[in-house]
Design a protein around this ligand. Structure first.
Ligand code: ADP
Ligand code: MG
Length: 476
C-alpha cells in the first residue's frame, strides 16, 4: 500500500511516539485545567484514537459521555491540544462501546493509575486493551423492530429478506446487501433483524455497528497494538451487520481489514448483512474485487416510498398516540406533501404532535400548514401552481387561458375553483399569492373557492373523485 507523501488517508494510523507523548501532555494540561473529580470522571476515560490532518480524534466509552464532553468541554479540550500541537484545529470524540470506562470514584485518589487506556501505559509499551471481548457493537434502538416496520411495494423485498435472515439459522444468502437512499429504513431493518435474532436464537452472537465504528475500532486496535484481539473478536460473531458501508470508500486499510473479516465470516458460514446508500457496483472508492464479492449474496434495494406507504407509516404513528386528536386529512396531506424520506415524514409528524400537546388542541390541516411552513416549502419544489393549472385545464379539457380568465361560465369556473383548491392543498402558497396567479384575483375569491369545493366534495361524488384523481397525479 502506498500513499503520497504529505497526503494522509483518513484511515492511516500514525504510530509515532511523539503522538503518544503529545497525548500525555494534553492529559497533563487537562489535569491542571480541571478539578480532580471532573478530570477522573470525564477526561481520564478518554483514549486517543488518531491524529488526522488538523484533527485530534479521541474516543469515549459511551454516547452519553461523548455528547456531554462535546457540549461542555469541547473548547477546553481543543485548547489543551493546541497548547501541545498548534496544528490541531478540530477535535472529534467517537464512541467505542468496548472502551472500559474508569469508574468515577471521586473520593479515591489514584495518582499513578494503571489504567490501561491512559497514554502513559501505552508509551510504556503495555498491551493496551481498548476494546473488551464482548460488547463491541453499537446499541440497538428499541423502536426499530419488524412490528413497527410498515411494508409496501418499495421495501417488500428488503423486508422479506431481512425476516428470512432473522428467523433462520441457515445461511441462504450471504451477504445480504441492503441499499437505498437516506431515511428509507435500512438501519431500521438491521436493528429489527438483530432484535428478532436475539429472540429466536439467544445463544447466537449478533453484532451490529456502523462502518465508521468499524473503522475507529480498527484504528484504535492498531494504535494500541491490539489487532489480534480485534480480528479475533470479529471472527467469533455468528451474525455481523455493518451499516452504511459507503463510509469505507477511499479508506484503504479499513477496506482491507473489512474484507479479511468479511471473507473469514463467509468462509465459516456466518451470516453477514451490509447496508449502503448505493448498490455494491456503485460503491466508488471501494476496490473492484471487494465490490464484486459484495454482490454475491442477495442484493435488495429499498426504493423511494410511495404515497400509500407514507400514509401507512403515518397511520401507525398516529395509532401510537391515541391521546392526540388528528384530523384525518392531516395524515393524507403530510403523506402527499412530504415525499423526501421517512425520517423527514416522522419529524414532521412528531412536530405536530408536540405542538398540539403544548397548546392542547387537535391537529388540524390549518395548523399543520402553519407549523410546518418551512418544511413544506422545502418539499414544495415538485408541485407548482403553474403545473396544477396546466394539469387541471387538461383534465377538464379547457384552455389554460380560460382557466386564468375572468369568464364565469360554469364549465370554466368550476375547474378554476378546483385548481385553486388544489393549490391551497398541495403547495404552501398563501391565498393572496394564489389569487395573483389566477389573473390577479383577490384572496377572498380563493378562500371562497376552497370552501366551496370542500362543501361540494361532501355531496358531489363525481367531483370528489375528480379531485382524488388529480391529487394522485401530483403525489408521485
Ligand atoms: P436509513 O438507515 O435507510 O437512512 P432509517 O432506518 O434510519 O433509514 O429510517 C429513518 C426513520 O424512518 C426511522 O425512524 C425509521 O424507523 C423510519 N422508517 C423508515 N422506513 C420505515 C417503514 N417502512 N416503516 C416504519 N418506519 C420506517
Ligand atoms: Mg441508516
Amino acid at each position: 500500500m502506498s500513499s503520497k507523501a504529505g497526503q494522509k488517508r483518513a484511515d492511516e494510523v500514525i504510530i509515532d511516539d511523539t503522538i503518544d507523548i503529545q497525548w500525555t501532555n494534553v492529559l497533563e494540561n487537562l489535569r491542571v485545567d480541571f478539578d480532580e473529580d471532573t478530570y477522573k470522571s470525564w477526561i481520564k476515560p478518554l483514549a486517543l484514537v488518531n491524529l488526522e490532518e488538523d484533527k485530534a480524534i479521541m474516543a469515549a466509552p459511551t454516547r452519553f459521555m461523548r455528547n456531554w464532553l462535546m457540549s461542555n468541554f469541547a473548547d477546553r479540550l481543543k485548547n489543551a491540544w493546541r497548547q501541545v500541537n498548534e496544528g490541531i484545529h478540530e477535535i472529534e470524540i467517537v464512541v467505542l462501546s468496548g472502551l472500559n470506562a474508569v469508574e468515577a470514584k471521586p473520593t479515591m485518589s489514584e495518582p499513578q493509575s494503571t489504567n490501561l487506556k491512559s497514554a502513559k501505559s501505552v508509551t510504556k509499551g503495555e498491551p493496551a486493551k481498548i476494546l473488551s471481548e464482548e460488547e463491541f457493537g453499537a446499541p440497538l434502538d428499541p423502536r426499530f423492530t419488524f412490528d413497527s416496520f410498515v411494508v409496501g411495494k418499495s421495501n417488500e423485498l428488503a423486508y422479506a429478506a431481512a425476516r428470512r435472515v432473522a428467523e433462520n439459522k441457515d445461511v441462504n444468502f450471504n451477504p445480504l446487501f441492503l441499499h437505498g437512499g437516506v431515511g428509507l429504513g435500512k438501519t431500521h431493518l438491521m436493528h429489527a433483524i438483530a432484535w428478532a435474532n436475539r429472540e429466536y436464537f439467544p445463544e447466537r452472537k449478533v453484532v451490529y455497528l456502523s462502518a465508521e465504528q468499524f473503522m475507529y475500532q480498527f484504528i484504535s486496535s492498531i494504535r494500541y497494538k491490539d489487532t489480534m484481539a480485534f480480528k479475533q473478536k470479529f471472527r467469533n460473531v455468528d451474525l455481523l451487520m455493518i451499516d452504511d458501508l459507503q463510509f469505507i470508500a477511499n479508506k484503504n486499510s479499513t477496506q482491507e481489514e473489512f474484507f479479511h473479516t468479511f471473507n473469514a465470516l463467509i468462509d465459516h458460514h456466518r451470516q453477514v448483512i451490509l447496508s449502503a446508500d448505493r448498490s455494491p457496483s456503485n460503491l466508488e472508492g471501494v476496490e473492484e474485487r471487494i465490490r464484486s464479492r459484495l454482490g454475491w449474496g442477495l442484493v435488495a434495494d429499498i426504493h423511494p416510498t410511495d404515497y400509500e406507504l407514507r400514509l401507512g407509516i403515518l397511520q401507525q404513528k398516529a395509532n401510537g398516540v391515541p391521546e392526540v386528536e388528528i384530523q384525518s386529512e392531516v395524515l393524507e396531506f403530510l403523506a402527499r406533501r412530504i415525499s423526501s424520506n421517512v425520517r423527514e415524514l416522522e419529524g414532521a409528524f412528531n412536530r405536530m404532535v408536540a405542538h398540539s400537546t403544548l397548546i392542547g388542541r387537535p391537529i388540524t390541516l390549518e395548523m399543520t400548514q402553519e407549523v410546518l411552513q418551512d418544511l413544506l416549502r422545502a418539499n414544495d419544489r415538485r408541485v407548482t401552481v403553474d403545473e396544477i393549472q396546466r394539469h387541471v385545464a387538461d383534465y377538464f379539457n379547457i384552455k389554460l387561458a380560460d382557466l386564468l380568465s375572468s369568464r364565469r361560465a360554469r364549465q370554466v369556473a368550476r375547474p378554476r375553483q378546483v385548481a385553486m383548491y388544489l393549490c391551497k392543498h398541495l403547495t404552501s402558497k398563501s391565498l393572496p399569492s394564489i389569487g395573483r396567479k389566477f389573473g390577479g384575483r383577490d384572496h377572498t375569491t380563493v378562500m371562497h373557492a376552497v370552501k366551496r369545493i370542500d362543501e361540494l366534495r361532501q355531496t358531489d361524488s363525481v367531483l370528489d373523485e375528480d379531485i382524488i384523481h388529480l391529487e394522485r397525479m401530483f403525489s408521485t
